[in-house]
Every structure is written in structure tokens, then in C-alpha cells.
Write a protein that binds this ligand. Structure first.
Ligand SMILES: Nc1nc2c(ncn2[C@@H]2O[C@H](COP(=O)(O)OP(=O)(O)OP(=O)(O)O)[C@@H](O)[C@H]2O)c(=O)[nH]1
Ligand SMILES: [Mg+2]
Length: 327
């Protein structure tokens, strides 16, 4: 299919065209890459305006259940919801975090929703780039809310926070010492903490956990992108569909405030800058790692350095000059 036709079909909201385009951007083939680039260029003229929401949480905390009930609530309100995943471990586990479609039975059959599992690829940088491009495609296809799910592994949370407008942390009720287990850096990224499973026997523990997180959030350095009272911690039950409307109200209030105060657009601009620099860096590294001539030169230069024939700094400067990046 021609790029223009594919672009037109995506703009018309055709899900099969969207799925096909995402497959194209996930491909490692050079000709596919060129096509994907052309497609993204073609769609850049009609930028979408989706609210991008990042969702993270440890395995078993209830992410899939939450996406199912929260997503279904949103489509019930007339929204079009796309769900994407950043899962650096999917290659290892052989599946994807969205593979459990049984937990998203309603949403996966919902005509107003689009669910895309994480590509099975281990390089987080590659997954992140593809997810970011998939967001663009989903927006062009008319989805006004894009949920990006990630499991709390390594840098994946940072990546997702760098491509979303709101970052939500899903937590489980605990016995009081779970706060220690949460890395400070992750707390600092959160716009909203949702303590899930606030139902049945777990309800009192969930409320205590919520209070603990609320207290911890207050101790963090105040961020310019937050109005009074944010970041917030609230209780939800994804299973019983409780607290979801409140969670959505808080997300909307925060997004509206950021839009009014310019923080929303400023953040998007910052993210564009971040990913641009990241792509250039990745491109340079790819040349070092995959360009056969460069690899040979690296090996030879390495030998020369090891033999004491050339000082480290001079050898490095020569390599960088070859890459066209000499200072
Ligand atoms: N009681 C209760 N259980 C829940 C709730 N949400 C999820 N669960 C249960 O918690 C378990 C894990 O839920 P998932 O939605 O698969 O969790 P996940 O975070 O997607 O897990 P991974 O995909 O493994 O990372 C399941 O048995 C769910 O039924 C909730 O609100 N209340
Ligand atoms: Mg899951």
C-alpha cells in the first residue's frame, strides 16, 4: 500500500490500517524504516491532540485490570482510547504485559478502543522509539486518550514519563514498610498515585497505604508543573470499578491546569528535545556497533591502545573524528 493511502486510512480511523502501520514502525528492515519515516512525515501535517497517560506499577498490582475498567469507563463517556505498552522484559518472558487479553476482555472487543501489545524486543531504546511513534499514529487515527502501560523495570518508567502528559503510579496496599521499596526517583515522576485493590479485606490497608504515600509526596520537592494539592494519592479498586471516576476527574483537573498555565505545552516541547537528542545518540552508537568498517577500526585502535602504541585520549579523538563528531 502506498504511504499516502495508508496515511489517509489512518486519518479515517481505520483500525486495520493503524495496526498495519504500527507493524511497519516495529520492523527492523531498512526499507520498512524508510516507509515508516515517510508515513510519519505524511501524518505530521495533521497532529492529533490526545491526552497521553503513562501507567506504571509492579507485576500483579492490577495494571491490566485497571486498564480494562478505566478504559471501558472512558469509552462509555464517548472517548476513543488507545492502549500501548513499553515492556523491556517481553522478549525474555516470551509474552507481553498486554498478552493477558482475558483481563481486558471488554476493552479488546470495544470498537472505541485499540490495544497494542509491546513488541517483543529487548532493547528498551528501540521499544521506546516505536511506542512514541505508535502514539503519533494513534493520535492521527482519532484516539483522544492514549494509555501507555509499563511494568516497573529499569529505565522503562523514565521512558514512559518522557512520552506522556500525566504519569500514574499504581500501587498495592501493604503492611506499612512498602514505602521503602519505592524508589525515590519513581515517586518524583508521579503525578497521581493510585492505591489499587481498595476493596474487601484490603480496604483498611489500602487507606493506610494511601495516607503513607500522601505524606511521602508532601516531603518531595515542590514541582513547578503542579497546582496545589498535587501530586495526589487516592484509593481505587480496578476490580470493583470504584474510585475510577474520581481518578479521571483528578487527571483532567491536573491536565487542564497545566494547559492553562503553559506547563502542558512546555513539557511536550521538552520531550521533543529529549527524544531528538536521544535519537542522535542512538544513531551514533548504532554506527559504532553495526557499521562493519567502524567495528574493524575500533578493534584495531583498541589493539594499538592495549599495546601502548597510542595514548587513549588520542585514539578516542581519532575515532570520533572518523564519526564526524570531533569536538
Ligand atoms: N481485590 C482486587 N484484586 C485486584 C484488583 N485489581 C487487580 N486485582 C487482581 O490482581 C491480580 C493481578 O492483576 P493484573 O491486572 O493482572 O495485574 P498486572 O499489574 O497487569 O500484572 P502484570 O501484567 O503481571 O504486570 C489479578 O488476580 C487481579 O484479579 C482490585 O482492584 N482488587
Ligand atoms: Mg498485566
Amino acid at each position: 500500500m502506498e504511504t499516502d493511502e495508508l496515511a489517509a486510512r489512518i486519518r479515517a480511523g481505520e483500525r486495520r490500517a493503524l495496526a498495519r502501520a504500527i507493524t511497519l514502525i516495529e520492523s527492523g528492515r531498512a526499507d520498512h524504516r524508510a516507509q515508516a519515516q515517510a508515513l510519519l512525515d505524511a501524518l505530521a501535517a495533521t497532529p492529533g491532540s490526545a491526552l497521553r497517560i503513562g501507567l506504571s506499577g509492579t507485576p500483579g498490582v492490577g495494571k491490566s485490570t485497571f486498564v480494562e475498567s478505566f478504559g471501558t469507563m472512558l469509552t462509555g463517556q464517548g472517548h476513543k482510547v488507545a492502549v500501548l505498552a513499553v515492556d523491556p522484559s517481553s522478549a525474555r518472558s516470551g509474552g507481553s504485559i498486554l498478552g493477558d487479553k482475558t483481563r481486558m476482555e471488554r476493552l479488546s472487543r470495544d470498537p472505541a478502543a485499540f490495544i497494542r501489545p509491546s513488541p517483543s524486543q529487548s532493547a528498551l531504546g528501540g521499544v521506546a522509539r516505536r511506542t512514541r511513534e505508535a502514539v503519533t499514529l494513534c493520535e492521527a487515527a482519532g484516539f483522544d486518550i492514549v494509555l501507555i502501560e509499563t511494568v516497573g523495570v529499569g529505565q522503562s518508567e523514565t521512558m514512559v514519563a518522557e512520552m506522556t502528559d500525566l504519569f500514574i503510579l499504581l500501587m498495592a496496599p501493604g503492611g506499612g514498610d512498602e514505602l521503602q521499596g519505592v524508589k525515590r526517583g519513581i515517586m518524583e515522576m508521579a503525578d497521581l498515585i493510585l492505591v489499587n485493590k481498595a476493596d474487601g479485606d484490603l480496604k483498611p490497608a489500602a487507606e493506610r497505604t494511601r495516607a503513607d504515600y500522601a505524606g511521602a509526596l508532601k516531603l518531595l520537592r515542590r514541582r513547578p508543573q503542579d497546582p496545589d494539592g498535587f501530586p495526589k494519592a487516592i484509593c481505587v479498586s480496578a476490580l470493583q470499578e470504584a474510585g475510577l471516576a474520581e481518578a479521571w476527574r483528578e487527571m483532567q483537573a491536573l491536565a487542564a491546569w497545566r494547559r492553562e498555565t503553559g506547563h502542558f505545552d512546555a513539557r511536550r516541547a521538552e520531550q521533543a528535545r529529549y527524544w531528538f537528542a536521544e535519537e542522535v545518540r542512538r544513531g551514533l552508537l548504532a554506527r559504532l556497533d553495526h557499521d562493519a568498517a567502524m567495528r574493524t577500526r575500533m578493534a584495531r585502535m583498541g589493539d594499538a591502545v592495549a599495546a601502548g602504541e597510542i595514548p587513549v585520549a588520542r585514539a578516542a579523538a581519532e575515532m570520533l573524528a572518523l564519526l564526524g563528531t570531533a569536538p
